[in-house]
Design a protein around this ligand. Structure first.
Ligand SMILES: NC(=O)c1ccc[n+]([C@@H]2O[C@H](COP(=O)([O-])OP(=O)(O)OC[C@H]3O[C@@H](n4cnc5c(N)ncnc54)[C@H](OP(=O)(O)O)[C@@H]3O)[C@@H](O)[C@H]2O)c1
Length: 286
């Protein structure tokens, strides 16, 4: 399992900016009590891995409330949690689309623990003048990718939400971070593939259909060549939580599209990033 620390020493293609971006881990909370962490989407993938990595921390620095919208899927998390289940990892039901369910669960955990330190529950964090919010975005939330428009729009919204909150919440000593993975080996890519296959593109013009096929080739190539494990992403999230002054953004895979990320933030016209994207996704089409 890779960590942000090991990645720092093994990555050769990372830029200086990306090296500086790695989370600097700090020591335990002042009073030594575990951080109360609230995680959504823990039935599988990055959510599950993050819950397990934090709950099995050797120094017992975290108590994890791992939530999922369908408790019928909890077996995989229970199995991965092993002996941490009921010790440092607690499973709760939560569909993030239900405001009522979110409010009620946050209230339940806050009354049980007195607080939530990481991920949610803004009023409580503001009152305590302490907290961390970590939203899992994507590289596609930094650079829009062809034929990922709706996904990209949703991640740009998450990026905008987090970036907008960040300066105000700093005044309450609450830090907001965006974790931006490239491809990760979870059920996500198969789900995306099935969704894509369900879309009828036959009514599109010939050129658009050809461009879609060309773009898909690049998407599948990157998934094959650049995928990280969910545990690697989880380790980075852990280090973001433990960081004294976490950054706003963390790209978890410094090997994946570093030029496009740099172009995004160094050329305010946006042209450089689009040039790179066009070359990468459409090398064959004039
Ligand atoms: N995998 C990648 O290549 C990749 C790359 C960049 C970013 N990301 C981001 O990483 C995050 C996690 O994705 P993943 O790769 O771990 O995918 P995943 O394995 O498919 O897991 C997605 C999780 O989200 C849960 N979920 C969906 N809708 C929900 C709702 N309304 N309320 C509560 N939970 C809900 C799913 O629950 P159910 O089991 O009930 O469906 C599942 O637990 C996503 O935000 C994704 O955009 C993934």
């Amino acid at each position: 399992m890779g960590s942000a620390g090991s990645r720092r020493s093994t990555t050769v293609a990372a830029t200086d900016a990306q090296e500086q971006q790695q989370p600097q881990v700090e020591e335990l909370d002042e009073d030594g009590s575990p951080r109360i962490v609230f995680i959504t989407g823990c039935s599988t993938g990055i959510g599950l891995a993050t819950a397990v990595v934090l709950a099995s921390d050797a120094d017992k620095r975290f108590k994890v409330y791992a939530t999922m919208r369908n408790l019928g899927k909890k077996a995989a998390l229970e199995e991965a949690a092993g002996k941490t289940l009921g010790e440092s990892l607690f499973i709760k039901e939560l569909d993030v689309c239900s405001e009522e369910a979110v409010n009620s669960l946050v209230k339940e955990i806050e009354s049980e623990e007195g607080r939530i330190d990481v991920l949610a529950a803004l009023p409580g964090m503001k009152a305590r003048k302490k907290g961390r919010i970590i939203n899992v975005s994507s590289i596609i939330g930094v650079n829009g990718h062809p034929f990922s428009e709706i996904y990209s729009a949703s991640k740009f919204a998450l990026e905008g939400l987090t970036e907008s909150l960040a300066p105000t919440l700093r005044k309450f000593n609450i830090r907001c971070s965006l974790v931006e993975p490239g491809p990760v080996t979870t059920s996500f890519n198969n789900n995306a593939k099935s969704l894509r296959e369900g879309i009828d593109s036959s009514t599109a013009d010939d050129k658009t259909q050809a461009l879609l096929q060309e773009a898909l080739k690049e998407m599948y190539r990157t998934v094959t060549e650049h995928s990280q494990t969910a545990e690697e992403v989880a380790e980075i999230i852990k280090n973001v939580i433990l960081s004294r002054a976490p950054h706003l953004r963390y790209q978890t895979n410094s090997q994946y599209a570093p030029g496009e990320v740099q172009a995004k933030f160094s050329d305010a016209t946006g042209d450089k990033a689009i040039d790179l994207m066009e070359k990468r996704f459409y090398p064959e089409t004039k």
